[in-house]
Design a protein. Structure first.
Length: 274
């Protein structure tokens, strides 16, 4: 980190929020993805700190932020973000969100869009597309504490090499471990009925948001993620979708310099807020 990084905490009605902060001038808030925390952004904000005032909070219940005292939801995260922005008296700001953070950022834009200069979404969640419910049913099965099919996988593991299944079983086990380590994500996405989550999808909620928006998507990411980015691009009037041909699901960690360059180019040419 070339510029001095500042660490802060603030008590909000929803709970205590921890954040990393660096730079000055134009404020940009970075919201992390589903199975990480604000440290995800360190390499990106280090490249932007000389030009912008970068804020990277841990979402409520993630990282060093306090667990939510009420049931987790996207609505709760948005209201917490709104309180955070109000408490820090940030104006003329930009929001950057990845994955789950993109869902929160876009939901904030749908409700409080007049406060933003612009929006950057990186492989965002939050749109209902074909196969979404099936995907979440599958992931719920993976993270269930005692799924029968996982017992069966473990039982056949010694034979997996013969069946050429060892790599797939290892991938599923790693996937399960990742979700178990991020309980707030499970509470948001997999511990709630799909019918409770559906009203938080943004398919019909962004028509009034008319601020410049950049959507970055890895071309080698999963088809369902690319589909969501395309729906976002159609839903937001001033959105531009940029598909990074060789990018995968790990854009932030794998391409920090490219991500920082895209954000700088986007923020650097924006017109004043109307």
């Amino acid at each position: 980190m070339q510029s001095p990084l500042r660490i802060s905490r603030i008590q909000l009605p929803q709970g205590q929020i921890f954040w990393r902060e660096v730079g000055r001038d134009t404020p940009i808030i970075f919201l992390h993805g589903a199975y990480t925390d604000s440290s995800q952004w360190l390499e990106v904000i280090d490249r932007l700190a000389g030009r912008y005032h970068c804020f990277a909070p841990d979402l409520l219940g993630f990282g060093e932020s306090q667990p939510a005292s009420t049931p987790q939801s996207i609505t709760l995260q948005v209201e917490c973000l709104a309180e955070y922005i109000e408490a820090l008296r940030l104006e003329r700001l930009y929001l950057v969100g990845h994955s789950l953070g993109g869902w929160v950022a876009a939901s904030y834009a749908a409700k409080y869009g007049e406060r933003l200069q612009g929006l950057v979404l990186i492989a965002p969640e939050g749109m209902e597309v074909e196969g979404q419910e099936r995907r979440w049913d599958w992931e719920k099965l993976l993270i269930d504490r005692n799924p029968l099919f996982f017992w069966l996988l473990e039982a056949i593991a010694p034979l997996a090499g013969l069946l050429r299944m060892r790599q797939k079983i290892d991938e599923l086990s790693l996937y399960r471990t990742r979700w178990e380590e991020h309980r707030a994500t499970c509470q948001l996405l997999f511990d709630r009925p799909y019918a409770e989550i559906q009203p938080e999808f943004l398919n019909q909620k962004l028509a009034a948001f008319r601020k410049p928006t950049l959507i970055l998507q890895g071309g080698s990411d999963r088809a369902i993620n690319l589909a969501q980015s395309k729906v976002y691009a159609k839903a937001i009037a001033k959105a531009k979708l940029r598909v990074m041909k060789n990018g995968d699901s790990n854009l932030i960690a794998g391409w920090p310099e490219s991500i920082a360059r895209e954000i700088q180019g986007f923020v650097g040419i924006r017109i004043p807020i109307s």
